[in-house]
Every structure is written in structure tokens, then in C-alpha cells.
Design a protein. Structure first.
Length: 196
């Protein structure tokens, strides 16, 4: 099996690239942002079916591992796993799984609430405690983990899309581990207005 490819991005299609390696063009399905004619190294996952052999490429081994974990969930195929990784950053996805945030996972195309909940149930123990440290500092971790869902709910009520605000909200909760939602919302609105 192919484990890694290094080559030039010869063509960019819808959800795939043609990676030119020593004169051979490999069709690699990927959600990574790659530029035409750039030289890249991709970790490769080969998926063999009765009627096809497909290559999936990732710029990091961690993303490839996350892809394998997602495809290990019953009902989640390579196409859906790639859609999830193309919509949600790896850190945000792991945080969502660790905290049981099905709404964030359901923002990916082809993923409904039930599938998002299934992903959480099947992967929460596999992900382990490490991702929780992305937004829950050592001191005040309990406050941080309970403030994040409330902050996201408050911002969504104001009309913001979860996918657009989740990373900013995680950083804000990180910096203010003991703050409650009434103090975090005005700070979040300031952050959002800075980004515009």
C-alpha cells in the first residue's frame, strides 16, 4: 500500500488533486487547501472497495488518523469523513467530540444530528482527554467546559453561525476561564467586530 506521496499538484478538481510523482499522476481525494504547481507531501490512506481503489491524502499524520477514526464509525464513509475534515478544523472537531458538541459536527455537509451524536458516542473515549485542553486550561477547567456551550448558544441566538464563531469562542473561554456567559458575550462581540 502507498503510505506517503511527494509530488507536484498538477491539477485541482472538485475534492481531489492529481499529484504528479516522477511522471505518474495519482488521483488523491483531499480536503486540504493545496495550490496548483506546488510541491507537497501527503500522507496517503488507500481505501479498497469491490469496484474501486481510492487514495485519500492528508498534510499531517494526525489528520489521517482522525480520518481513520471517523471512517471507523458505522455509517461514516470516506466521503463523509472527508467532508467533515474539509468543513471543521481537526482541533475544533476533536474539541466538539470531547465536549459532546453535536451541533458543530452537524455543520458538515451530509452529517445530520443523529450521525453527529453517533460520532461523539463512538469516538469520545478514543479521542481521550487531550483535546479538552484546547479550550479548558488547567485552572478552572470545569468553568471553561460549561461556559463554552452557553457562549455558543448565546451567540447563535444573536444570529451567528457556530462554524464561524467556535474557534474564537474557544480562545475566549481559554483566556477567561472563570468568566460567566454574561461577561463573555460582550467580549465575543468585540472579537467578531474586529474580524470584520
Amino acid at each position: 500500500m502507498i503510505g506517503k506521496l511527494q509530488g507536484i499538484v498538477d491539477y485541482i478538481g472538485d475534492g481531489f488533486v492529481i499529484l504528479l510523482v516522477h511522471g505518474v499522476g495519482y488521483k488523491v481525494h483531499t480536503a486540504e487547501y493545496l495550490t496548483h504547481k506546488s510541491t507537497v507531501e501527503l500522507w496517503i490512506e488507500t481505501v479498497v472497495r469491490e469496484d474501486s481503489i481510492r487514495l485519500f491524502g492528508f498534510t499531517t499524520l494526525a489528520t489521517q488518523n482522525l480520518f481513520n477514526m471517523l471512517t471507523g464509525v458505522s455509517g461514516v464513509g470516506p466521503k463523509v469523513a472527508l467532508a467533515i475534515l474539509g468543513t471543521i478544523s481537526s482541533d475544533t472537531l476533536m474539541s466538539a467530540i470531547a465536549t459532546g458538541d453535536a451541533k458543530t459536527i452537524a455543520t458538515a455537509p451530509g452529517v445530520g444530528k443523529k450521525m453527529a451524536e453517533k460520532i461523539i458516542v463512538e469516538l469520545k473515549n478514543k479521542i481521550g482527554g487531550a483535546p479538552a485542553t484546547l479550550f479548558a486550561p488547567e485552572s478552572g477547567g470545569a468553568a471553561a467546559s460549561s461556559a463554552l456551550p452557553d457562549l455558543l448558544m448565546a451567540l447563535e441566538a444573536l444570529g451567528y453561525r457556530r462554524l464561524d464563531i467556535i474557534e474564537m469562542a474557544q480562545n475566549l473561554v481559554n483566556k477567561n476561564p472563570t468568566a460567566d456567559v454574561s461577561k463573555l458575550v460582550p467580549q465575543a462581540l468585540k472579537e467578531i467586530s474586529k474580524g470584520k
